[in-house]
Design a protein around this ligand. Structure first.
Ligand code: GUN
Ligand code: FE
Length: 418
C-alpha cells in the first residue's frame, strides 16, 4: 500500500451550487486514490511522506470533453470566419495533412504536452479520418498516463475529396481502429462521426452496428449553429431532431454520449439526451469564435441534462479549460441580457463544477477530491497580490480568469507527480 499526504488548502466542487474548501488540511492518497481529507494526520498514516504546498490550492484536474487535437496548430488563426467557411477553407485543408504520420506526430506531441501543462488530464478528443495518425495520438495519451476517449473521425460526404472517405472505407477503418483498442487502459476509443452534414445515413447506420459490437460511446457535434441544425434535418428528413439521428442508429446505448455545443436544442433533443445520459459540452471560446450562438446552459441543467466544458481547439483558441470556466460565466450573463427567457447567469461554482466533476465523471471517479476519487489533481499558486490574502475559492477564481500554466506548480495523475 503506497500512502502519500499533501498539505495545503484543498478545494473541489461538490455540486453546482457549492465549492467545498478544506483550509490548512491534509489529503491522504492511498494507491493513487483519495482516502480522505483531515485537519490532522490520522495516526495510522503517521509515517507517510507529506508534501507541503504552502499557499497553493489543491484542486481536481480539469476535463476537456471536446477538443480537436488535429487543430492544435491552427489555434488563434482564421478566427474571423464562421463555421461553414472556417471548416471548408481553413480546417479541412489543415486536417488533410494528417495523412502524413510524421506531420501528425509533431502536432500530437505538442498537443499532449500542452494538455498536461494546463492541468487537463481527462479529454474527449477528435483526431482526423486517418487511422495511423489517430493511433499515434491514442498511444501518446496512454504513454503519458492521461485519461481519454480518442476518436478516428468519420466523414463520407459534405467535404472536399481530400478529406472524405468512401462509406465502406470509413466503416472498415473504424472497425480496424476499434479492434486495435479492445485491450486499452486509460484511453478508450469512441465513435466520432464529425456531424450530420458530413455523414451519410448509411455511414451512421453502420457506425451504430459497430458501436453495439464493440461497446463504445459516441462523440459528435449537435445543433451547433442554425445552419448545422437545419442541414441535419434536411439530410435526414425522416428524423425529428439532430439527436435522433444518432439515437435511432443505436449510437447512444454503448458508452458515454458526448455532444458538443448543443446551442439550439429542441425539446426532442433534450428528451433524447436525458434518456441516454448524454453530456452536453459547452465550448465558450468556440461559441464566440466560429459559431456565434450561446448554449442555454442553466436551462439545460434545469431540464436534467449534464453540462460539461470543452476547449474545442481550434474553434476555440486555447487549450486551458480553466479559461473556459471564466468564459462560461461571462457568456451566461450576455445570454441572460439578450435572451432572458432562454437562460440565466451561472455562478463560478457551477462553471467550475461543469469543468471538473461533471466532465470527470465521463472517465470514472475523476474530477473531485472526495474519498474514492482518483488523485488526479493540480496545485495552483502565486495568484495573490503582495500583502492581500485571498480565500482558496478566491484564488481559484482568479486563476481561472487571469492565470496560466505558470500558476500550476504541481500535477498528479493517480497520485504520481508529473
Ligand atoms: N462541426 C463540425 N466540425 C467541426 C469542427 O471541427 N469544429 C467545430 N467547432 N464544429 C464543427
Ligand atoms: Fe468541435
Amino acid at each position: 500500500m503506497a500512502v502519500q499526504i499533501h498539505h495545503g488548502d484543498i478545494l473541489y466542487a461538490e455540486n453546482k451550487n457549492s465549492l467545498k474548501t478544506h483550509e490548512n488540511s491534509y489529503i491522504v492518497v492511498v494507491d493513487g486514490m483519495v482516502e480522505g481529507i483531515y485537519t490532522e494526520i490520522p495516526a495510522q498514516f503517521a509515517d507517510a511522506p507529506v508534501t507541503e504546498h504552502g499557499r497553493g490550492v489543491i484542486i481536481p484536474a480539469f476535463s476537456d470533453l471536446h477538443v480537436h487535437a488535429s487543430q492544435y496548430t491552427e489555434r488563434g488563426l482564421g478566427m474571423d470566419w464562421l463555421l461553414y467557411d472556417w471548416l471548408n477553407d481553413y480546417t479541412f485543408p489543415q486536417e488533410a495533412k494528417f495523412s502524413d504520420l510524421d506531420y501528425a506526430k509533431d502536432t500530437y506531441d505538442a498537443f499532449v504536452d500542452e494538455l498536461i501543462a494546463n492541468g487537463t488530464f481527462h479529454a474527449a478528443i477528435f483526431a482526423t479520418i486517418h487511422r495511423p495518425a489517430t493511433n499515434y495520438l491514442f498511444e501518446r495519451m496512454e504513454e503519458k498516463g492521461l485519461y481519454g476517449y480518442v476518436g478516428k473521425v468519420n466523414m463520407d460526404m459534405g467535404a472536399p475529396d481530400f478529406l472524405c472517405e468512401t462509406t465502406e472505407e470509413s466503416l472498415a477503418e473504424t472497425e480496424k481502429y476499434l479492434a486495435e483498442h479492445t485491450e486499452c487502459t486509460t484511453v478508450k476509443p469512441i465513435i466520432t462521426p464529425r456531424f450530420a452534414p458530413t455523414c451519410s445515413q448509411e455511414l451512421i447506420t453502420g457506425l451504430g452496428k459497430l458501436a453495439q459490437k464493440y461497446k463504445v460511446g459516441l462523440h459528435t457535434h449537435i445543433v451547433e449553429s442554425k445552419w448545422e441544425a437545419a442541414e441535419a434535418l434536411k439530410l435526414f428528413p425522416d428524423h425529428g431532431s439532430d439527436a435522433e439521428i444518432y439515437e435511432r442508429a443505436g449510437l447512444m446505448d454503448n458508452g458515454p454520449v458526448v455532444l458538443a455545443h448543443v446551442i439550439f436544442p429542441t425539446e426532442e433533443d433534450i428528451r433524447i439526451m436525458k434518456k441516454h445520459n448524454a453530456v452536453a459540452v459547452h465550448c465558450p471560446d468556440a461559441t464566440t469564435n466560429v459559431i456565434a450562438g450561446i448554449m442555454p446552459l442553466a436551462t439545460l441543467q434545469d431540464k436534467g441534462v449534464d453540462v460539461c466544458v470543452g476547449s474545442d481547439v481550434g474553434g476555440g483558441h486555447h487549450l486551458a479549460v480553466y479559461k473556459q470556466v471564466a468564459r462560461a460565466v461571462q457568456l451566461s450573463k450576455i445570454k441572460e441580457f439578450y435572451e432572458p427567457q432562454e437562460s440565466r447567469t451561472i455562478n463560478f461554482a457551477n462553471a467550475f463544477y461543469c469543468a471538473t466533476k461533471v466532465g470527470g465523471s465521463a472517465f470514472g471517479k475523476m474530477g473531485s477530491l472526495e474519498p474514492g476519487y482518483h488523485f488526479n489533481a493540480i496545485v495552483v499558486d502565486n495568484v495573490e497580490d503582495k500583502g492581500i490574502l485571498l480565500t482558496p475559492a478566491e484564488r481559484v477564481e482568479r486563476f481561472c480568469y487571469i492565470g496560466d500554466d505558470r500558476n500550476i506548480v504541481a500535477r498528479y495523475i493517480d497520485g504520481k507527480a508529473l
